[in-house]
Design a protein around this ligand. Structure first.
Ligand SMILES: C[S@@+](CC[C@H](N)C(=O)[O-])C[C@H]1O[C@@H](n2cnc3c(N)ncnc32)[C@H](O)[C@@H]1O
Length: 222
């Protein structure tokens, strides 16, 4: 069954580049993933196609109105059993474990905030979870939506080489070992000799030890 992402945004054209190239593009072409981008202005109610307004209670910036979001998701998703997310800097942090968990879904909805954020009633009415891609504030939810689609799509069987995924960072709680390719020596730096030895067990042991070492260093730094 094809995994389908439905993305609701004020800026649909932002997605053309990232989804039009490389691995994600091939996954779409092979029908391993389907990505529908919806312009929230489709569900606005005035001739200016207004989708945002000033916040009740005052304060800086504009807030995305609930009606275009709620009506858009209701019309396009209906009563499909979709997992729905609103991108938010204050949401649950997206990680490799959640990316893997989402592989079991058929429909995933990503709602992109902008400006100061989204009227809280939209999420409440839609039963959407708030999701963040990290502890920093971006201008909008479009980049987070791209990150989520990318991280989940590359895990779909058939999208990339299964072996690459097994050994990757965060799959087993460790970060990956360092990689090297030709030339064997570059500006005085030689590739670690064990990698040229052809001795598979020793290479595996070296990589494991490097992986543990890098994970330990990373944990100390963060
Ligand atoms: C400028 S931000 C709003 C920040 C908000 N006023 C706050 O303090 O959390 C606009 C939109 O970008 C998205 N966004 C910003 N940072 C994000 C992050 N780290 N993860 C996910 N979405 C983010 C959200 O959709 C948010 O509504």
């Amino acid at each position: 069954m094809t995994l389908r992402f439905s993305i609701f945004t004020l800026f649909p054209e932002m997605f053309a580049g990232p989804f039009g190239e490389s691995i994600i593009r091939r996954a779409i072409d092979s029908e391993l993933v389907e990505i529908a981008i919806y312009d929230l202005r489709t569900w606005t109610h005035d001739r200016h196609r207004t989708a945002d307004d000033r916040p009740y209670g005052g304060g800086a910036g504009m807030v995305l109105m609930a009606p275009p979001i709620v009506e858009g998701v209701e019309q396009e998703i209906g009563d499909k059993a979709a997992r729905k997310f609103i991108t938010s800097a204050g949401g649950r942090t997206f990680d490799q474990q959640l990316a893997t968990e989402l592989l079991t879904e058929i429909d995933i909805v990503l709602i992109c905030g902008h400006y100061e954020g989204i009227d809280a009633r939209a999420g409440e009415l839609l039963g959407a979870e708030e999701i963040s891609i990290g502890d920093y504030v971006l201008t909008g939810g479009e980049l987070p939506a791209m990150v989520i689609v990318d991280a989940v799509t590359r895990l779909i069987p058939g999208v990339i080489d299964e072996e690459s995924i097994v050994e990757e960072s965060h799959q087993d709680g460790l970060v990956e070992y360092p990689h090297y390719t030709r030339p064997a020596e570059y500006r005085g730096l030689a590739v670690p000799p064990v990698l040229l030895s052809g001795h598979h067990a020793q290479i595996a042991a070296w990589r494991r030890q490097q992986s543990l070492e890098r994970t330990r260093r990373r944990d100390q730094e963060s």
